[in-house]
Design a protein around this ligand. Structure first.
Ligand code: NAP
Length: 283
């Protein structure tokens, strides 16, 4: 498994498994078990996915030594702020059945995330989290957070895929030593990505599927990705990407697919801020 080295020296697998929109506990547990069996070691969940317990159950059943795993969860907007973040961290850890986390992310740049970051800096220094980071922080918020705090986020998990390549945001992250991680590596299937002609032609050259071409493209850009699937054959397929490499011409062809905007969510609108702040995960 290829790894990236984060800005604090911690190693992170470049390919992992995500469990957003898998609220059914049995299905989530089975998918994570299938992923671990296929060889994935990075699992990405969040308090707001309502499946940390199922992820924890699969981890426990796997019998894989804890130090071989890289487990990420995320702090939700409702739990922002110094005190709340500390409590939410304990709740997540308990649900996962773990005594430390590999990566804890601020899920969204809303509410009192400065307070959250101070709590996370403390938890990190106490050794309860190996790396701390953020998600959906666009360049202005990311740089502001970095300039006004001690610990630089190790990771920023943002939407990125062939239709939204995030070249500017990626450059900013590189400048500040923040590892980019892709959510929605397949654009959540939008815009018929799994039928895309450019990707199909490239895949045919190597005997690889469109999904495998996309994941290879992320890897070769140095982007950590966490594809989600609830189908075992796809989970295995998505991990089978180590035996081929895209050429410079392939990378250049995929570069032309960038429409430089999201068709999933726009973080810069009032409606998005209102919608995400209204998403409650507990009483
Ligand atoms: P995604 O991974 O881009 O796409 C998932 C979709 O692709 C599902 O419909 C899945 O269907 C399908 N799929 C997977 N492998 C396939 C294959 N080989 N062939 C054809 N179809 C395939 O979308 P995502 O789940 O939104 O993103 C991945 C992870 O990123 C999430 O699970 C979550 O951990 C994280 N995430 C984070 C944020 C954030 O705000 N930080 C937001 C969204 C997601 P089946 O499941 O039916 O196979």
């Amino acid at each position: 498994m290829q790894k990236v080295i984060l800005n604090n020296g911690v190693e992170m697998p470049i390919l992992g498994f995500g469990v957003y929109q898998v609220p059914d506990p049995a299905q989530c547990e089975q998918s994570v078990s299938d992923a671990l069996e296929a060889g994935y070691r990075l699992i990405d969940t969040a308090a707001a996915y309502f499946n940390e317990e199922a992820v924890g159950a699969a981890i426990k059943k796997s019998g894989i030594p804890r130090e071989e795993l890289f487990i990420t969860t995320k702090l939700w907007i409702q739990d922002a702020g110094y005190e709340n973040a500390k409590k939410a961290f304990d709740v997540s850890l308990k649900k996962l059945g773990l005594d430390y986390l590999d990566l804890y992310l601020i899920h969204q740049p809303f509410n009192d995330y400065y307070g959250s970051w101070r709590a996370m800096e403390e938890l990190y220094k106490e050794g309860r989290i190996r790396a701390i980071g953020v998600s959906n922080f666009y360049p202005d918020r990311l740089v502001d957070l970095i300039l006004n705090n001690e610990v630089v986020p190790a990771v920023n998990q943002v939407e990125t895929h062939p239709f939204f390549q995030q070249k500017v945001a990626k450059n900013v992250m590189e400048e500040y030593g923040v590892q980019i991680q892709s959510w929605g590596p397949f654009a959540e299937g939008q815009k018929n990505i799994f039928q895309n002609e450019i990707l199909a032609v490239i895949g045919a050259k190597y005997g690889k599927s469109i999904a495998q071409v996309i994941l290879r493209w992320h890897i070769q850009r140095g982007v950590v990705s966490i594809p989600k699937s609830v189908h075992k054959e796809r989970i295995v397929e998505n991990f089978n990407v180590w035996d081929f490499a895209l050429s410079d011409d392939d990378m250049a062809a995929i570069a032309t697919m960038d429409i430089r905007k999201s068709e999933i969510i726009d973080h810069f609108t009032a409606d998005t801020a209102k919608m995400l702040n209204g998403w409650k995960i507990h009483e």
